[in-house]
Design a protein around this ligand. Structure first.
Ligand code: MN3
Length: 185
């Protein structure tokens, strides 16, 4: 995780800053707004911005939703998981299957609307639902760099173990922010 944070995430930040160094107006945008307006980014830097702003956003979401002790969500988040995703156990099973089935590198996410509706989705590479104007409640990184040092090719084992370190208090805070319209990345 230290290598993941200090080298991989840092590389996205460094590359994004470099790409935007002569584009002050774009650099001043909140990250979620930049990602929702990729069609307005000059074509010469658009792919670089897509990959690296996406990477920065995805990892900026990723670290805070971990560091917990797993367990299960409570309150209105638990109710929404039951209503929209078939319950906590089914959500975990579907999330793990989606993450394992994402070919190559990418992410598996649960998104939340302002109405509080949840949905499971995946994206390739460093793409994010933020690029479609959506909000990410939480997500897991299924790039090999996220798990290969410890799990080698066993991505399903990594996905299963990841739930043991989810911080549901933080996810609940993100859910409240999503419904309030204040959730960024
Ligand atoms: Mn990563």
């Amino acid at each position: 995780m230290e290598i993941h944070h200090g080298r991989h995430h840092q590389a996205y930040v460094t590359a994004l800053n470099n790409a935007l160094k002569d584009h002050g107006q774009l650099a001043a945008l909140p990250l979620q707004d930049l990602l929702a307006k990729l069609d307005q980014v000059p074509e010469s830097i658009r792919t670089t911005v897509r990959n690296n702003a996406g990477g920065h956003a995805n990892h900026s979401m990723f670290w805070p939703v971990m560091g917990g002790r797993g367990g299960a969500p409570t309150g209105d988040l638990a109710q929404a998981i039951t209503r929209d995703l078939g319950g906590f156990d089914k959500m975990k099973a579907d999330f793990n299957a989606a993450g394992a089935g994402r070919f190559g590198s990418g992410w598996v996410f649960v998104t939340a609307t302002r109405d509080g509706k949840l949905a499971l989705t995946t994206r390739p590479n460093q793409d994010t639902p933020l690029m479609d104007g959506q909000r990410v409640l939480f997500g897991n990184d299924v790039w090999e760099h996220a798990y290969y040092l410890k799990y080698q090719n066993r991505r399903p084992d990594y996905l299963a173990a990841w739930w043991n370190v989810v911080n549901w208090d933080r996810v609940a805070e993100r859910y409240a922010a999503a419904k309030a319209g204040t959730l960024g990345v």
